[in-house]
Design a protein around this ligand. Structure first.
Ligand SMILES: Nc1ncnc2c1ncn2[C@@H]1O[C@H](COP(=O)(O)OP(=O)(O)OP(=O)(O)O)[C@@H](O)[C@H]1O
Ligand SMILES: [Mg+2]
Length: 460
């Protein structure tokens, strides 16, 4: 995760839009908060105004209730009408006080209008009180006369008109508030929409830049891979060439040793033995010295043969791969005092020199490794030919491979085995046996490594 972040911040095309997005998101958050507070205040004001409006309506009804209760009392003389009269009056007073405190807090211009309504209502109630009192003292006619005058009606009409004016202005304010609230909501949506669009645009830009970067890297990687495989192919060609040359040189050297040194040593030995037959040596010491020279010459011939065999297995050239493999395995097992179990085919696969020497050298290295590392008592060499492919396995019952056996920097045997067999389009695998020891499995195609038809000269 931290690597991802670090590598992400390394890229300017990620860092810059990311910082821009952070700044944008934070600014939008603060602006949205401020606007939200403002719209909330706005809605509180609208609610307050609606409340005032309701209270103004209630004020009309409360005063009308008092008035109709007063009339009921005057007409019937029933005292139960006095109770709604009093409660209407009380409610009127409460509503007026409440409305005044509200108008003082907001829209003070309406306070004088409200005051006027208040004083008119007071006048109205004084007049209604008077008629009630007249009835109480039995002056029914005077009281009825008083209410029949249209002065009371005009006052009530005036009160209603003033309240209606207040209500209508309140309505206008509410409508203006609602319109502003609507506008604010629209602006908020616009800001949200714009910031979302901007963030999306940033994300798309980052995505496009990242895609371009990835594509560029892919291209660079592909170029690098091409370069590496080109170099690997060159190195492989070079190594194959070196191996071929080395085999050719070894072969030439072996021929030279065989023809020149071999001839020399053999003819010297023959001359010596002829001379010995003719010469009478003076004493036992001379006899002994003669025998030492003869043994030295014989050792020289043997050494020459061994060296030649090392340089270029003559059996391989003369008898073929199967015979050479058997001979090499027998030599190694004899040297390491191991038992050999060999299962080799009767017929020789028709391989060209290059393939035959590659297979032979690989089995030779496997056997040499067994001698050097395995501490084995038994070696099994099996070769099978199936269809177009030959498989050779070299097994030992020794200590097996260590975990890091193939990682050794100074060891080249196993690498070279694989390399040689790959060069003839085959595969070579060295791994531990199922119970103990190691198993080397060599598999290679025969047809593509077949000997060229007679008349076509081979490279080696
Ligand atoms: N048959 C085997 N049994 C046990 N260990 C083996 C066997 N063959 C190979 N190894 C291990 O694998 C290692 C690598 O073998 P490799 O042939 O590459 O190198 P080497 O034999 O040590 O040196 P060289 O380069 O001279 O061949 C050896 O050092 C050894 O530890
Ligand atoms: Mg080795």
């Amino acid at each position: 995760m931290s690597t991802l972040l670090r590598s992400g911040f390394d890229r300017r095309y990620v860092l810059v839009p990311m910082l821009a997005a952070i700044v944008l998101v934070m600014s939008v958050f603060f602006v949205a908060e401020a606007r939200r507070a403002y719209t909330r205040d706005l809605s509180l004001v609208i609610r307050d105004r609606e409340d005032r409006m309701r209270k103004l309506t209630e004020l009309i009804y409360a005063s009308l209730e008092s008035e109709s209760a007063q009339r009921g009392y005057l007409l019937t003389g029933e005292p139960e009408y006095l109770q709604p009269y009093a409660s209407g009056r009380k409610l009127t007073e409460q509503l007026l006080a409440d409305l005044e405190s509200r108008y003082r807090a907001r829209d003070q211009v309406e306070v004088p209008v409200l005051r006027e309504v208040q004083s008119m209502l007071e006048t109205k109630y004084i007049e209604m009180d008077r008629t009630i009192k007249l009835l109480d003292v039995g002056a029914n006619r005077t009281a009825l006369r008083l209410i029949k005058t249209d002065v009371g009606m005009q006052v009530m009409q005036q009160i209603r008109t003033n309240i209606e004016v207040l209500r209508s202005r309140e309505g206008d304010r509410i409508a203006a508030g609602v319109a502003e609230w609507d506008k604010e909501i629209r602006v908020n949506s616009l800001i949200n929409g714009l910031s979302t669009a901007f963030t999306l645009a940033l994300l798309i830009a980052v995505g496009l830049l990242a895609t371009r970067d990835i594509r560029r890297r892919d291209l660079a990687n592909r170029e690098l891979e091409n370069e590496v495989s080109l170099r690997t192919a060159e190195l492989r060609d070079l190594s194959e060439h070196m191996l071929r040359i080395s085999e050719v040189e070894k072969s030439a050297l072996a021929r030279e040793l065989h023809d020149e040194l071999g001839g020399l040593l053999v003819s010297m030995r023959m001359d010596f033995s002829q001379l010995r037959r003719r010469l009478q040596l003076p004493d036992a010491a001379a006899e002994e010295r003669w025998a030492r020279i003869d043994a030295g010459l014989k050792a020289g011939v043997d050494l020459k043969r061994r060296v030649i065999e090392e340089l270029r297995p003559t059996l391989l050239d003369n008898m073929g791969l199967v015979v050479a493999l058997r001979w090499q395995a027998e030599q190694s097992c004899q040297q390491g005092n191991m038992q050999l179990i060999a299962q080799l085919p009767e017929s020789e696969p028709e391989l060209n020199n290059e393939a035959a020497i590659a297979v032979f050298r690989t089995v030779q290295e496997a056997l040499s490794n067994i001698l050097k590392h395995a501490r084995a008592s038994e070696v099994r060499l099996v070769m099978t030919v199936q269809g177009d492919h030959a498989t050779i396995t070299v097994e030992d019952n020794g200590v097996g491979l260590l975990n890091d056996a193939t990682a050794g920097g100074g060891s080249h045997g196993l690498k070279q085995m694989k390399f040689r067999i790959q060069a003839i389009r085959g595969s070579c695998e060295v791994r531990n046996g199922p119970i103990r020891g190691t198993v080397t499995t060599i598999r290679f195609p025969i047809a593509s490594n077949a000997r060229a038809p007679a008349g076509v000269e081979e490279a080696t």
